[in-house]
Design a protein around this ligand. Structure first.
Ligand SMILES: [Zn+2]
Ligand SMILES: [Zn+2]
Length: 208
């Protein structure tokens, strides 16, 4: 039996004991500073969760961003809630699934954007020199637009934005051949009052 084949026959339990998994889970926990990604608990026992399994992959064949660091309680809850979402989606028509995916992607991106804002508001004031010209632009949350239906799902988050606004924007974005939508630009299209946010101030500083 080849080494590679021997690996494939490991049971899930054996994979969990494997040094490569031990190493990977430690890296995931380190990356999240040994905090639960849901509730930020530090004192609890932490688990590393696979939001999705890839066919034929060993449990360590995942990047850090494909895994999650969760406390025991949040881990249990995550599995339950995933079932709720999956169950709801089973009755969805295939043609609507991309739209739902777009809605969910944007929901995730908005949360990420909010975190970036908090991070910038807290840390920028402490050390503006460090952030000057580096961090803010790197940190802009993006959403990849896959299809027209996907864009419609994204548009559902915004009262004043039509799907054609989003598609116009995505297509005019020449920085990237793929449709990539910057979340803070979308917020601007929507005329939500975030024009005075730290993110824009930093960007204006950079443009000077
Ligand atoms: Zn938790
Ligand atoms: Zn899990």
């Amino acid at each position: 039996m080849t080494k590679e084949k021997a690996k494939r026959t490991l049971t899930y339990y054996q994979q969990m004991q494997h040094p490569l998994w031990q190493k990977k889970r430690l890296r995931v926990m380190e990356f999240h500073e040994f905090k639960c990604q849901e509730c930020e608990a530090e004192e609890e026992q932490l688990h590393v969760h696979h939001p999705m399994y890839k066919r034929g992959a060993m449990i360590w064949d995942y990047t850090i961003s494909e895994l999650m660091c969760l406390c025991e309680a949040c881990h249990k809850e995550t599995h339950k809630k995933d079932e709720v979402v999956k169950k709801a989606a089973t009755h969805l028509r295939n043609e609507d699934k991309h739209e739902v995916a777009g809605f969910i992607n944007m929901m995730v991106a908005l949360r990420q954007h909010q975190k970036e804002q908090e991070f910038l508001n807290d840390d920028y004031e402490d050390d503006p020199d460090f952030y000057y010209g580096i961090k803010p632009l790197d940190m802009q949350t993006v959403v990849d637009v896959e299809t027209f239906e996907h864009a419609m799902g994204i548009a559902r988050h915004f009262k004043n934005v039509t799907e054609s606004d989003i598609i116009d924007y995505a297509e005019s974005d020449r920085r990237c051949p793929k449709w990539t939508v910057l979340v803070h630009d979308l917020l601007r299209i929507d005329k939500i009052d975030c024009g005075r946010s730290r993110m824009y101030q930093i960007q204006r500083d950079l443009e000077k």
